[in-house]
Design a protein. Sequence first.
Length: 152
Amino acid sequence: MLKAQVPAASSISINVSANIVSNSPVELTTLNNLILRGNYAGMKDFYVSPISSPDAGLMRAKGKPFSQARITYLMEEVISDTIGTGKIILKYEMSGNTQRVQRASRLIDTGEAILNFGDDGLYYLWIGCHIDLSQASAGKYNGQFTLEIIYI
């Protein structure tokens, strides 16, 4: 599950869970949640880089060594607050690497990529996003990051 919480000072709380669709024996594990730190009151947007931000979410895919899988994800989501008066636009970005080295990860900016599992059968995915608060109002927001992975 990916969770993002904006501190109370901004009166906005964002929760994003992962919806993993898989018809293959690839195992996905969340190692770190997407974290939003700081005071975002009055801000219209901000960015968490999947390649350079320590706040990016991290998932580990475990499959057959030296195999390939296709991964797709929803790149944009609009979520409304629980009473429907405001909305937040999330534009997700993902990067990946066979080693757990975030800065060396490759950006997956088309919403789809072929993963090449290493000799240990592992592949690491970092999740970041652009968050547009320009139409947000105080409240709680719930979203769902959708990710699909299948062997090819």
